[in-house]
Design a binder for this molecule. Structure first.
Ligand SMILES: Cc1cc2nc3c(=O)[nH]c(=O)nc-3n(C[C@H](O)[C@H](O)[C@H](O)COP(=O)(O)OP(=O)(O)OC[C@H]3O[C@@H](n4cnc5c(N)ncnc54)[C@H](O)[C@@H]3O)c2cc1C
Length: 216
């Protein structure tokens, strides 16, 4: 939980805490249903006492901790999106190879192959950005820009790959219960949480401008 503890104005007055789910005074006021299942809720804290020992870092460091955590989580959200995209390509390819079409199969048609090629390029370009962010982080490097690039490209590309795979399935793709129908819903929130695509653009653009100003 990130809470205002008020040592300083703005983001310097926020601290981070671990709050046990069964803490007295913590209540789940409302579960929030979204298009793909996700554990979301509105929480109420009334007289909920949290011992100092459950504070993460120093007081007022919460915002910094959240930002550092985002670098890791953005890379892992990107990796999750990559997995969704890979599954979609696998499903789309299998469908194209098995669907009879004009005396051959869908996969034999140039337009279907172009779609598959585009999907594979989107997946591999996302994969390379994810691997770079993870590798740099393992070297102990700052990865704010690289994590933002991985998150932006992997989530946006996965959405497009899933859409293309669904198109290869035709009407079957939108049937409730089909893998592609589920992936189509599952991928959508990943372009929003851990910072929307637009926020990633601001981070990347801002980093480029800052680096140009310092000549780095
Ligand atoms: C499934 C799911 C799980 C989530 N899990 C968590 C969680 O675990 N923890 C948590 O803290 N939050 C979580 N969130 C919240 C999530 O991080 C926010 O929804 C997200 O950051 C967007 O904020 P917002 O909803 O307030 O949209 P807004 O901030 O209102 O944004 C609306 C639109 O405006 C755009 N926008 C914002 N600023 C700019 C700008 N400067 N220039 C141009 N466009 C801009 C955004 O990109 C977006 O398109 C979750 C959300 C979802 C959907």
């Amino acid at each position: 939980v990130f809470a205002r503890t008020g040592e300083q104005p703005g983001s310097r007055g926020i601290s981070a805490f671990i709050v046990d789910a069964d803490s007295p005074g913590l209540e789940i006021a409302e579960r929030i249903d979204v298009m793909a299942p996700h554990p979301l809720a509105t929480l109420h804290f009334r007289g909920c006492r949290v011992p100092k020992s459950q504070r993460i870092g120093a007081t007022g460091e919460g915002f910094k901790i959240a930002m550092r955590t985002l670098d890791v989580f953005r890379t892992s959200v990107a990796a999750a999106a990559l997995g969704f995209g890979r599954r979609a390509l696998q499903e789309g390819l299998a469908q194209a190879k098995s669907r009879p079409m004009f005396g051959a199969h869908l996969a034999d048609l140039p337009l279907a192959q172009a779609k598959l090629a585009d999907m594979a390029c989107k997946i591999d370009s996302a994969a390379l950005l994810v691997y770079r962010a993870a590798w740099l982080r393992d070297q102990g490097k700052a990865i704010t820009k690289e994590a933002a690039m991985a998150k932006l490209v992997a989530t946006e590309n996965a959405q497009q790959v899933i859409d293309s795979a669904l198109q290869l399935f035709g009407g079957r793709g939108v049937r409730v219960g089909e893998v592609l129908e589920s992936l189509y819903r599952e991928i959508r929130p990943l372009r929003i949480y851990e910072g929307t695509t637009e926020i990633q653009q601001l981070i990347i653009g801002g980093a480029l401008v800052a680096a140009a100003a310092t000549g780095a």
